[in-house]
Design a protein around this ligand. Structure first.
Ligand code: CO
Length: 465
């Protein structure tokens, strides 16, 4: 059985190694080779790419997607979708979720990988229904973590639930890179025995164990693995695509990728990567294995965030203390998996607990909302003392959080009539408010006068701006 490969360098690769700062121009330069190389899919959109385009790169993420699609007629395009959080950090109303899925598919996405940080399936429902409605392939991802409640039985039960919801495939999403080889074997084996869904494993190389983990998962029957082209692989990113080509070549699991095209793409990507190393966007630290995360179970992206928060406060001496505080906060909050947006909440809380030397004296709005049930159901019981200290006897909601959110799309459309030029613009505003508005102001103000337009277009085509 040939193992299928999802190439992630153009989404997770640069998100994990260089804060998602790769430009559309750089991305487009290697898409033609990737498109011909025989991948199951190219992960190119979603996650932090959308936010980074608007906030840091002054690029339109929708235009990026359309340009990629033009250059990739042969391979499916895949995106990462945060359930009811879409590509943002809070819950959005159902009509925004529905419209976002519709427009993602219309602009070129084939496979939507949907996850919820808490694995609360109620938070997946809208996105799953919309993906099916608009004809996309719906892959549901389960956030992988370890805790007394996150057992193999827990994942099997969830997998059966998402199969019943209508998922077309299942992904085990190990964003921290903590899935050990033997655990992977047992987990994948159990999932294969208890569901019919094709299974995709998404892991990070952070701890230096992921090649071994993938191999055991392959032996257990995993159908698809996520890898990144070598220049953007390793460290906090995925394992290298070309390495798995060689590992699996001439075995029953042969990937049948075109190695010459991969080499060509990697050569180009190396030049691009070197430029990002030189200008400091890619920190070489992110490229080194860090087995310590197996102890603290902190995802790589979160580690670098914690470091920068502490540096800003001149508190780098407290780094070890904060790392030790993270598992404590996580336990207090009922063992949520550390993935966006929960990882940011838990990390910031750990920093505050250490800095104030009085745990939960200062609590972010997000943690407060989490405890009120506004992100969904915590996987395990929340520490009662912590709960009482933070929210007293406030009511905790037990229904689906988005049930309380009224529709927004039509109101936003009216409000920004004349300014927003498309439904896509409205969606950018719905997700990122001021950030999107100031991007669109620049975009439409800077639009050259008709006379210059022809010239400007001819030299910047494909530039995404
Ligand atoms: Co990832």
């Amino acid at each position: 059985m040939s193992v299928k490969i999802v190439e992630t360098s153009m989404r997770d690769g640069h998100q994990s190694l260089m804060a998602t700062r790769m430009t559309t121009k750089d991305i487009l330069s290697i898409i033609p080779e990737l498109d011909q190389a025989g991948f199951h899919a190219l992960e190119v959109w979603g996650g932090a790419t959308f936010d980074a385009c608007l906030r840091f790169l002054d690029e339109d993420p929708w235009e990026r997607l359309r340009e990629i699609k033009k250059l990739a007629p042969n391979t499916k395009l895949q995106m990462l979708f945060r359930g009811q959080n879409i590509l943002g950090y809070r819950h959005y109303p159902d009509d925004i979720v529905d419209k976002f899925v519709q427009k993602s598919i219309e602009n070129g996405i084939d496979i939507i990988r949907i996850f919820d940080a808490l694995n609360d399936v109620r938070n997946l429902k809208s996105a799953v229904d919309a993906t099916k409605k608009y004809g996309g392939h719906c892959q549901i991802a389960l956030s992988y973590t370890t805790s007394p409640v996150h057992t193999i039985d827990y994942y099997v039960k969830l997998a059966q639930e998402v199969e019943a919801m209508g998922a077309d495939s299942l992904c085990i999403k190990d964003m921290a890179g903590i899935l050990l080889p033997t655990d992977a074997y047992n987990l994948i084996k159990a999932l294969k025995q208890n569901t019919k869904l094709p299974i995709n494993l998404h892991g990070h190389a952070t701890a230096g164990i992921m090649e071994a983990t993938y191999m055991k998962a392959i032996e257990a029957g995993v159908d698809i693995i996520d890898t990144a082209l070598s220049p953007l692989s390793g460290g906090t990113s995925q394992v290298a695509t070309e390495s798995f080509y060689h590992i699996l070549k001439a075995t029953p699991y042969d990937t049948h990728l075109d190695i010459n095209l991969l080499k060509k793409a990697a050569e180009k990507l190396t030049v691009i990567k070197d430029a990002y190393l030189k200008n400091g966007i890619l920190n070489p630290k992110a490229l080194t294995s860090n087995p310590n995360i197996l102890e603290y179970q902190v995802p790589g992206g979160m580690l670098s965030n914690l470091m920068s928060q502490l540096k800003e406060q001149n508190q780098m001496d407290d780094y070890e203390k904060v790392l030790k505080e993270v598992p404590i906060v996580r336990k207090d909050l009922g063992y949520p998996p550390l993935v966006t947006p929960i990882s940011q909440m838990v990390g910031t809380q750990a920093v505050m607990n250490v800095m104030t030397r009085d745990p939960y004296k200062i609590v972010s709005k997000e943690v407060r909302e989490y405890l009120h049930g506004l992100y969904g159901k915590a996987p395990a019981k929340v520490n009662a003392l912590v709960l009482a200290k933070i929210i007293g006897d406030d009511e905790i909601i037990t229904h689906r959080p988005a049930d309380d959110l009224p529709p927004e799309f039509e109101d936003l459309k009216k409000k920004y009539e004349g300014f927003a030029k498309s439904d896509e613009d409205i969606l950018s505003i719905a997700l990122f408010g001021k950030v999107a508005i100031s991007f669109l102001e620049k975009k439409y103000q800077e639009k050259p006068k008709p006379k210059q337009e022809v010239y400007a277009f001819s030299v910047t085509v494909g530039d995404g701006d």
